[in-house]
Design a protein around this ligand. Structure first.
Ligand code: SAM
Ligand code: SF4
Ligand code: F3S
Length: 565
């Protein structure tokens, strides 16, 4: 592989959780000790999950813990004995949603004095722990993301008869070396392995499985709170991941998504091993690392793709990964994506801005040209691949011309989907030292302008599918059209997303219901059919394209492959 010159001088790695004070051994919180087994019945629980797929996966682990100690799920937040709020802190709005719920939670607690509220996720940062009780007055207990494996233990729900993993969840977390926590979240990989071995991961879908492969983030994006919430990157052992993938295949899941904030930097922190001696990847951008003889995402994709059924086909037919960083989109990864039949023809590759000076200020450490080159290479290797991206508008000092440059890049690169947001200053991030000088009204105007431009591009990209037959994995029955309240914790993320796409028009017909699923290219498709089709791959003839979704009807048999040249 050709080494490319480093684009910018490397920024220092942020001293995130590595610098944290030693963590005291967890104790049962006296405020919630009445959940102790024997004293009371085990509580029914409701987990309200905000944020990204990593949070959804973490919530599956927490729900698994609670189910393992005999708790039951409550059908809604209002009737639960225990509410676990898994927060997101990526933008102020995400935290404001939870702050805005405090009044309602206080009312619920008044009506039911035994109700307990736990707040976890990226909203719980050690550096701000002292202010949490003031901001979230209805909450009884706060857990950082790396403390989540201790949830049941700290609630006093773990009896001496509980599985070993649950009883020892706390000890690894509190390892202290030279007077400080060795690495506050190094135990996450071990806990995941124990949770899987003891059946304590309560997956919410029987169709698609999340599989975390790397925790935390080592990047230095100046606007981003994630490294402060989640700590440095820690990769799970290669064989643990493969074992989990084998289990997912054996359980009949059709889709597997590998998770990490930067899933394509997987493996750099693992020890070099002889069996990976053929790997000699170099980073083409960003901070240099010795990646030789260490497993990488390409190796993982090939190994998971190599888990085959008796028919010789990949046991898990759809393999995805999210999120990729342009630093680490190696040629090896691109080749693996092209070679592995199970790897889906879709990629999420955040660009953030179309202006080099903004990218420098954001600490992204690549140029638009670097991004352009990587995108061209992946599009050449995987023809028709659908690419989505993230953009931040109104970051510190962004001029009209720099925003126009971003619009120009979106017009040029023609993404299938763009997730755009206005810059939101986050506590403790390096960008706080810069002036947040783009007025709110300008941020809003730029955001609307960008979304309108992308709507036209998305529509054009989706129209290319008209008249084609595609494989759709049917995910769910779509609820009748209704006004979805995005602040309603009983509305899950997929419902929120569904509200942004055109519903199926007209009646679904006798015995038929409106359903939705996704193509390998991650296109949302509306269709009508027998409810028994949920969970099945079907062939759909696409007859309508909107900017955010497609609609079509069932065809009897597969014909052409869904490749968009
Ligand atoms: N790791 C991914 C990457 O390399 O870009 C993204 C993870 S981040 C949780 C998801 C997205 O949130 C980012 O891509 C960025 O666009 C957006 N984001 C992060 N911090 C933000 C902030 N302070 N204001 C607005 N958007 C932000
Ligand atoms: Fe945040 Fe992603 Fe940057 Fe990490 S790479 S700091 S998660 S935006
Ligand atoms: Fe939010 Fe944390 Fe994910 S800040 S986007 S939940 S990593």
């Amino acid at each position: 592989m050709t080494a490319r010159p480093e684009v910018f001088a490397p920024l220092p790695v942020l001293p995130v959780l590595r610098e944290m004070a030693p963590v005291a051994p967890p104790e049962v919180d006296p405020a919630i000790a009445e959940f102790r087994p024997g004293a009371h019945d085990t509580p029914s629980f409701f987990v309200w999950t905000l944020g990204c797929q990593m949070n959804q996966s973490d919530s599956e682990e927490m729900a698994g813990q609670l189910l393992a100690v005999g708790c039951e799920r409550a059908p809604a937040m209002d009737v639960a004995d225990l509410i676990v709020i898994n927060t997101c802190a990526v933008r102020e709005h995400a935290e404001a949603r939870v702050i805005g719920r405090q009044g309602r939670l206080a009312e619920l607690k008044k009506a039911k004095p035994g109700l307990r509220v736990v707040l976890t996720g990226c909203g719980v940062r050690e550096s701000e722990r002292s202010g949490l009780a003031r901001r979230f007055p209805a909450v009884d207990m706060f857990l950082r993301p790396d403390e989540e494996p201790e949830l049941a233990l700290r609630l006093g729900l773990v009896s001496a008869q509980a599985p070993i993993g649950l009883r020892t969840a706390a000890t690894a977390a509190t390892t202290v070396v030279s007077g400080r926590a060795a690495s506050a979240a190094d135990h996450l990989a071990g806990n995941r392995a124990a949770a899987l071995a003891e059946g304590r991961v309560a997956r919410t879908s029987t169709l698609s499985a999340w599989l975390p492969i790397v925790y935390g983030c080592d990047k230095t994006c100046t606007y981003c709170i994630v490294p402060f919430s989640r700590g440095p990157e820690r990769s799970r052992p290669f064989d643990d991941i493969l074992a989990e993938a084998r289990g997912i295949a054996a359980a009949g899941f059709r889709e597997l998504t590998l998770l990490g904030q930067n899933v394509n930097s997987y493996g750099h922190d693992l020890p070099a091993e002889e069996r990976f001696g053929h790997i000699c990847t170099e980073r083409s951008s960003g901070r240099k690392l010795d990646l030789r003889s260490r497993p990488d995402l390409a190796e993982l994709l090939r190994s998971i793709d190599g888990i085959r059924g008796s028919d010789g086909n990949p046991a898990i037919s759809r393999l995805r990964f999210i999120t990729s960083h342009p630093w680490d989109l190696s040629d090896r990864l691109i080749e693996a994506m092209a070679d592995c039949p199970s790897v889906c023809e879709s990629l999420h590759l955040p660009i953030q801005s179309g202006d080099d000076e903004m990218l420098r200020r954001m600490g992204r450490q690549y140029t638009v040209e670097h991004y352009r080159e990587r995108l061209a290479r992946i599009r050449a290797a995987v023809p028709g691949i659908a690419v989505s991206t993230d953009v931040i508008v109104g970051f510190c000092g962004e001029t009209d011309a720099q925003f126009e440059a971003t619009l120009g890049v979106l017009e040029e690169l023609r993404f299938d989907t763009v997730f755009a947001a206005a810059y939101s200053p986050r506590p403790g991030t390096p960008a706080l030292a810069m002036a947040d000088d783009v007025p709110a009204a300008v941020k809003r105007r730029r955001l609307n302008e960008l979304l309108a431009a992308q709507e036209a591009i998305g529509l054009e990209r989706n129209r290319a599918w008209l008249g084609r037959d595609v494989e759709v994995l049917v995910e769910r029955i779509t609820p009748p059209r209704r006004r979805l309240d995005p602040d309603d914790p009983d509305v899950d993320v997929s419902d929120e997303q569904a509200s942004a796409v055109p519903p199926l028009e007209g009646s679904a017909g006798e015995g038929s219901v409106a359903m939705a699923g996704r193509t390998r290219h991650n296109k949302l498709v509306h269709l009508a059919g027998d409810p028994a089709l949920v969970g099945q791959p079907v062939r759909i003839h696409i007859e309508h394209a909107g900017p955010f979704a497609l609609r079509g009807h069932l065809v009897a048999a597969p014909n052409e492959p869904d490749v968009l040249a």
